[in-house]
Design a protein around this ligand. Structure first.
Ligand code: KG4
Ligand code: ZN
Length: 341
């Protein structure tokens, strides 16, 4: 049995959780900095680091208390067997806050610590659900920083089949939302606006679907949207119609590539992960296509698609159970490929 405290601080969410290998997820909490960064229209790295410093320890003590892992007033957390923190990829200052706190608490409590790859944590978040896949499976990770198609053979064995050559899917959502005058973080806002849109009025290209291979490219799409925004009036219906056509183009592109990857690998399970996996249209379309291919689909609940501490606690627990752990150095890896694992 192993009970792990998980800490996520790679970008603009402070996530903390306790996962127990027997009892499952005990508690998870999230503090989002979205309001802090809103007036700048994007994440300001230095502000993110400073806010993690402010939020992290109160969140940790709250989660320890709520999970019954902490005797109030005592320096020891007797019921914690290990600590997992996100080591990368992400913003260097933000990562350092989580790594420093995680590594230091582990040293003080005399328990092992392990640095977790942020994308591995996203990949495995689905394992926190009742309906979870068995290895091996195909996964599409679509987040603010990454768009990856990955074969997951088993824990730690990942083969990247395709990735974005420029903007990530979430980044494309956020930048396009900005063009449409929507507040940061724009992805969910754009998705909401698109619900009122007419899918027939505009049509944007599906980048790279006519070329072989499994890579993605989303920056050209953003330029098409910009040109259309400049040509049209800025009434709400027009903006909704543009949002709708943009969402259709991104989702269609992702679906085409997933289908291609499923055929190429013969996998019969597909996992969606990362912030954009919370997108309703993407979930519906993927499910529809997979049903016709006799492929089972899995996705984390929306709050575990976006950044959170629970996925870090889970991934860290699996690593610690295998006997892995880091030395006393405090390390982060702002750039870190899944295939380096
Ligand atoms: O995984 P995540 O929380 O952070 C990264 O690791 O990057 O992903 C955040 C991204 C943002 O770009 C956000 O706009 C996008 O996920 N996102 C969405 C939705 N919810 C979050 N994009 C489209 N539709 C959504 N419902
Ligand atoms: Zn993420």
């Amino acid at each position: 049995m192993m009970r792990v405290l998980g800490i996520e601080t790679s970008c603009d969410e402070t996530g903390v959780a306790v996962y127990d290998s027997q009892a499952g997820l005990l508690v998870h909490r999230l503090y989002s900095q979205a309001d802090l960064h809103m007036e700048y229209g994007g994440v300001v790295p230095e502000l993110a680091s400073r806010d993690h410093v402010r939020r992290l320890l109160p969140l940790v003590s709250g989660v320890l208390k709520e999970s019954g892992s902490y005797e109030s007033g005592s320096a020891a957390a007797a019921a914690i067997d290990g600590i997992a923190y996100t080591i990368g990829p992400g913003l260097v200052g933000a990562l350092l806050v989580g790594a420093t706190v995680g590594r230091t608490l582990a040293w003080a409590w005399g328990v092992p610590a392990v640095g977790v790859h942020h994308m591995e944590a996203h990949l495995l978040a689905v394992m926190l659900e009742k309906a979870s896949p068995a290895f091996p499976f195909l996964a599409l990770i679509v987040s603010g920083g990454h768009t990856l198609l990955v074969v997951v053979r088993e824990l730690g064995q990942y083969e990247v089949l395709g990735e974005t050559l420029d903007d990530a899917a979430g980044e494309a959502f956020d930048k396009t939302a900005k063009l449409l005058g929507l507040p940061y973080p724009g992805g969910p806002e754009l998705a909401n606006l698109a619900e009122q849109g007419d899918p027939e009025r505009f049509y944007f290209p599906r980048p790279m679907v006519n070329r072989p291979g499994l890579d993605f490219s989303f920056s050209g799409l953003k330029t098409c949207v910009l040109n259309e925004v400049n040509r049209q009036s800025s009434d709400t219906q027009t903006r909704a119609d543009i949002a709708c056509a943009f969402q259709e183009a991104v989702v269609d592109t992702l679906v085409v590539k997933c289908k291609r990857a499923l055929m190429q690998t013969g996998m019969n399970q597909l996992v969606l992960a990362g912030g954009v996996a919370a997108n309703k249209l993407l979930r519906t379309r993927i499910k529809h296509v997979c049903e016709r291919m006799d492929v089972k689909t899995f996705y984390p609940r929306p709050e575990f698609c976006t950044d959170n501490g629970a996925m870090v606690a889970y991934a860290g627990c699996q690593r610690l159970l295998k006997g892995e752990g880091d030395d006393l150095n405090i390390n982060v890896r702002p750039r870190y490929s899944l295939e380096d694992l």
